[in-house]
Design a binder for this molecule. Structure first.
Ligand SMILES: [Fe+2]
Length: 191
């Protein structure tokens, strides 16, 4: 089940003390909305073939079209990673570095899960996104993503320009000072 956990920095700039946790979808959405982040749980649909981007986009065609008309994003694609992907370590490392974008980062989890980390001043908000979750991280919000050592997710991504959706890395190693996938998932985040 999706979950929001909020960590606060200590005197040595580590983000290990959890000050808030919830698995309540409405509460997650409300808290995130106050930060300008959109979060929704969508009803699941049956997918015959999650390998095929065309099949995924056609099953969620109406939802994608609605999102496009709301957000003005013209492009939609599908990204999928599986535990046996040969480049999974390199992909994980790349997205573990704190970065931001000049446009919103919109993801809908068709299957699987991942951890979004959002950095707000002295706090890091960790959102475990699971199948059926939509998240939209506003432009300019510093964030990173942990897919874990054995990634499994299929996500629909929306953006306005495939070439403009570029990560601006901050150079901050904050991800190394915040609990990673292994510790959060082993501590029962997946409750
Ligand atoms: Fe990003």
């Amino acid at each position: 089940m999706s979950k929001l956990s909020i960590f606060q920095s200590d005197s040595s700039d580590r983000y290990e003390s959890s000050i808030f946790e919830t698995v309540n979808g409405e509460e997650i959405a409300e808290r995130l909305s106050a930060k300008g982040v959109r979060f929704e749980r969508w009803p699941l649909k049956t997918l015959a073939d999650s390998d095929s981007a065309e099949a995924v986009l056609s099953v969620y065609e109406k939802e994608v079209r609605d999102l496009q008309s709301e957000s003005g994003f013209v492009c939609a694609d599908v990204v999928r990673l599986t535990p046996d992907h040969p480049d999974r370590e390199a992909f994980r490392t790349k997205f573990l570095s704190e970065h931001q974008h000049v446009e919103d980062e919109v993801r809908f989890f068709v299957e699987g899960s991942g951890l979004f980390y959002l950095h707000f001043d002295e706090e890091v908000w960790v959102i475990l996104c699971e199948q059926g979750d939509l998240i939209s991280v506003p432009d300019g919000v510093k964030h990173w993503f942990d897919m874990g050592p054995k990634p499994l997710f299929t996500c629909i991504r929306l953006f306005s320009n495939p070439e403009g959706w570029v990560a601006e890395f901050t150079g901050d190693d904050i991800a190394t000072r915040t609990p990673a996938w292994e510790s959060l998932m082993n501590e029962g985040v997946r409750s």
